[in-house]
Ligand binder design. Structure first.
Ligand code: BG6
Length: 474
């Protein structure tokens, strides 16, 4: 496409950046906060826990001032459920409410739109202890109560809401679901039941959002990796189609169309993963679709067909948390056309554009990029410089493809890079950094937790100031 044909970013485009509570806040047991499944997770010997993180809890004003300096139009953050309800469903903890009031007010002071994730992995441990958390239908009522409290308390200032972050990841990581010691197959069976409950919980909150007369937008944040076929062999193309349903679209079909995709249902049935559905469930889903979709995109995947055999019968899968091989369906392989991050995530900006087009064609809802970024070993130089050109390159190429998707007609409300500041990576601790702002600490040395702007901070500042024009400069 020719430059002259590319549409500009809309004037009200929400330029932003994201974080999540447990990855930045620290203060894990301060001011009455209850324990989440993250706080009680078994410690990994070579990476930090989440108890201090970036200590944002004690740096709130300084961090928001940095956001304002950068020119952010929107800031996506999550609320820690156990700061608000330490037991998940008991008494309100006013100190937690005060903290988020301060945060939201500080953002509003600088005209930064808050984009609130209601729940991002840090589920209350007390609910797991009480009744097994998401595995029980009781979880729907408690999530709804918590979310309704947030809508009523912060809804006068918050227009944009994300219901649940990456529930497909929640169901696949035993610690995030609060499950201990069970087989991989049992984990998935339980996980798909939990998935059903999370979809119902989301639908109930969307229903309440409308009943309260709220005029903003609400939807889930889903993780989505575009899936290429390895070759033009129709078997590989079929594998990519099936993998797209089983890994990605099944979830949005539930949220947005209120139905279990047929291919997915068969997949669940053949493997004995079918969830229990009660009368009225599917109506609730159908009647309460989201009004926007949050998209977390980091990389694409490439798959080959994986025929069953006596060695690999139906039900065989590689025991990786996120599915990388399922007998009879697909196997993830390297894509020689793409380079990868230090953690092997294949960098594919066109994959983002393909994803946005697919989602908009399929669901016809406005999209917002809620996560996109590169984890890297950033180096703080002696003169307090961090030369993260690889991050600028990554973001620039993705933003170019995003603009092309807008030009092609996709309705995109905004873009939130992951992440505003360095945070504790979900699986790799502090050494895998994502932020525009460096946090001066390592996994096991807290140093001074000083905030330092990386080169990418200044670059993104220019991107925002130019409403995106700067992404076309070399
Ligand atoms: C998403 C999560 O899965 O990916 C974030 O919503 C996470 O919480 C991000 O940090 C990157 O993953 P990781 O494992 O590199 O931190």
């Amino acid at each position: 496409m020719d430059w002259k044909d590319i549409e500009s970013y809309p004037n009200d485009f929400l330029w932003g950046a994201s974080t999540s509570s447990f990855q930045i806040e620290g203060a894990a047991t301060t001011d009455g906060k209850g324990l989440s499944v993250i706080d009680v997770m078994e410690k990994q010997p070579d990476i930090t826990d989440f108890s201090i993180a970036a200590d944002h809890y004690h740096h709130l004003e300084e961090d928001v001032a940095l956001m304002a300096d950068m020119g952010l139009k929107v800031y996506r953050f999550s609320i820690s459920w156990t700061r608000i309800f330490p037991q998940g469903n008991g008494e309100v903890n006013q100190a937690g409410v005060d903290f988020y009031n301060r945060l939201i007010d500080a953002l509003k002071k600088y005209q930064i739109e808050p984009l609130v994730t209601i729940y991002h992995f840090d589920y209350p441990q007390a609910l797991v202890d009480q009744y097994g958390g998401w595995l029980s239908r009781q979880s729907i009522t408690d999530y709804h109560r918590y979310a309704t409290f947030l809508l009523k308390t912060f809804g006068d200032r918050v227009k944009y809401w994300l219901t649940i972050n990456e529930q497909d990841h929640v169901i696949r990581f035993p610690s995030r679901l609060g499950i201990k010691e069970c087989t991989y197959a049992e984990q998935l069976r339980l996980g798909y039941q939990a998935n059903h409950h999370m979809c119902l919980a989301t639908a109930r909150v969307i229903q309440t959002f409308h009943e309260l007369g709220m005029t903003g937008k609400i939807g889930p944040a889903v993780s989505y990796s575009w899936i290429h076929p390895y070759s033009a062999n129709p078997m590989d193309v079929l594998a990519s189609k099936d993998a797209t349903i089983i890994k990605n679209n099944y979830l949005l079909d539930l949220h947005c169309k209120g139905k279990y995709n047929k291919v997915f249902w068969r997949y669940l049935e053949e493997r004995h993963y079918l969830p229990k559905i009660e009368a009225g469930d599917m109506e609730l889903l159908r009647e309460n679709p989201p009004t926007m979709i949050g998209v977390n995109y980091y990389y694409s995947e490439t798959v080959k067909a994986f025929p069953t055999s006596s060695e690999y019968p139906i039900g065989y899968h590689k025991e990786t948390p996120l599915p990388t091989a399922e007998a009879g369906i697909f196997e993830v392989v390297n894509n020689e056309q793409l380079s990868a991050t230090d953690w092997g995530w294949e960098i594919d900006p066109i994959g983002l554009r393909l994803t946005l087009r697919e989602l908009y064609d399929r669901y016809e809802l406005p999209l917002i990029i809620t996560e996109n970024g590169i984890g890297a070993y950033d180096k703080l130089e002696a003169d307090d410089k961090i030369q993260d050109d690889y991050r600028i390159d990554y973001l620039q190429k993705h933003l170019q493809q995003l603009q092309l998707a807008i030009t092609e007609g996709v309705d995109i409300l905004g873009y939130c890079a992951w992440s505003f500041m360095d945070l504790v990576s979900g699986r790799n601790g502090m050494e895998k950094r994502y932020g525009f702002v460096y946090i001066n600490r390592d996994d096991f040395d807290l140093k001074d937790l000083r905030r330092v702007k990386k080169q990418s901070f200044y670059w993104y500042q220019k991107v925002i100031r130019s409403n995106g024009k700067y992404i076309w400069r070399d």
